[in-house]
Design a protein around this ligand. Structure first.
Ligand code: IPM
Ligand code: MG
Length: 356
């Protein structure tokens, strides 16, 4: 039986529009193949929204987001702001605000490893093979949302957490661990930070509700090292907003490229799905970006927001097939790649649609 769903596409800045075009194309094809009725709307956010309205998250975008069944997002950001620390209005504020407004407190970042890409990573294949990690990054608290202060010679970002914020992300992570390898690693800096001591205390309490899951606590500095030393030791990792931001960029190298990692931001309402890569202005508009992270985000969207497991599987299998056939975008090509099989964004996107 087909389902009926309304999806908001927010392409955003830089390579966002190029890659989400293919995420959307895959959704449309899945809809046709499985008899689902997917309807779409589009909205602006980030630098493009600042240019058009002065606001990185216009009210209209937020209203459309709240009214949709799921959101497919591209990226926000612009070099102009990166080099201007004094800019008061910034593209990233749009992303942070929508996360807060939609209550997207849990950011799931699966480190999915395609065997064909073992050589695309800068890490040794024998270290990587068999790695399968699911990160739960807390997304609406921490130093990201604490009070900010600034005078000419002083600056402060307040890092804070409430008990309930730690409890709900910990529960989500434990529930997932229960269905996977039954191991959970909570990452913090409890030897220094008070917020981390609260974090650890709460995770220790929640752990009692999940005696079937093995819990480990690790300091962030050690976790950053263990991740490249022996990534196989991790199953589910749960951590705070800032630590999760940094650790997941590092972990993306296990999958070969940032261009391969998708993420799902969920909470109590509409889910939000996006590649973990940014706007990559240096390659925007050149047909070079890897659309696979956006396409993998669509697989997460179908599975998590709509419960469509078979459809999600169809997408990952199509990507697997394309990689097995030797097709690569520039970021995941290596010295053994047949040059004629290095594809641009459009050719890789249509290759996946064709292989569905
Ligand atoms: C991410 C990004 C964002 C973040 C930026 C663009 C604000 O790096 O989603 O990981 O820091 O959360
Ligand atoms: Mg990041």
């Amino acid at each position: 039986m087909g389902i009926k769903k309304h999806i908001l596409v927010i392409p955003g800045d830089g390579i966002g529009p190029e890659v989400t075009t293919w995420g959307k194309a895959v959704l449309e094809q899945i809809g046709r193949d499985f008899g689902h009725e997917f309807t779409f709307d589009e909205a602006i956010m980030g630098h493009v929204a600042i240019e058009a309205t002065g606001n990185p998250l216009p009210d209209e975008t937020l209203a459309k987001a709240k009214a949709s069944d799921a959101i497919l997002f591209g990226a926000v950001g612009h070099a102009k702001y990166d080099n201007d620390p004094s800019a008061k209005v910034r593209p990233e504020q749009g992303l942070l605000k929508i996360r807060k407004e939609l209550g997207l407190y849990a950011n799931l970042r699966p480190i999915m490893l395609f065997d064909e890409l073992l050589n695309a990573s800068s890490l040794k294949p024998e270290i990587l093979k068999g790695t399968d990690i699911l990160f739960f990054r807390e997304l609406t608290g921490d130093v990201y949302f604490g009070e900010k202060k600034r005078t000419t010679d002083f600056a402060s970002d307040l890092m804070n957490y409430n008990r309930y914020e730690v409890e709900r992300i910990a529960r989500k992570a434990y529930e997932a661990a229960r269905l996977r390898g039954k191991r959970l690693c909570s990452v913090d800096k409890a030897n220094v930070l008070e917020t981390s001591r609260l974090w650890r205390e709460v995770v220790q309490e929640i752990a009692k509700e999940y005696p079937d899951v093995e819990t480990e606590h690790m300091f962030i500095d050690n976790a950053a090292m263990q991740l490249v030393k022996n990534p196989k030791k991790f199953d589910v990792v749960v951590t705070a907003n800032l630590f999760g931001d940094i650790l997941t960029d590092e972990a993306s190298q296990i999958a070969g490229s940032m261009g391969m990692l998708a993420s799902a931001s969920i909470g109590d309402g509409t889910g939000f799905f996006e590649p973990i890569h940014g706007s990559a202005h240096d390659i925007a508009g050149q047909d070079k970006a890897n659309p696979l992270a956006s396409i993998l985000s669509v697989a997460l969207l179908l599975e998590i927001s709509f419960g469509l497991k078979e459809e999600a599987k169809r997408i990952t299998s199509a990507i697997d097939k394309a990689l097995k056939a030797g097709y690569r975008t520039g970021d995941i090509a290596d010295s053994n790649t047949d040059k004629s099989k290095i594809l641009g964004t459009k050719a890789m996107g249509s290759k996946i649609v064709e292989m569905l």
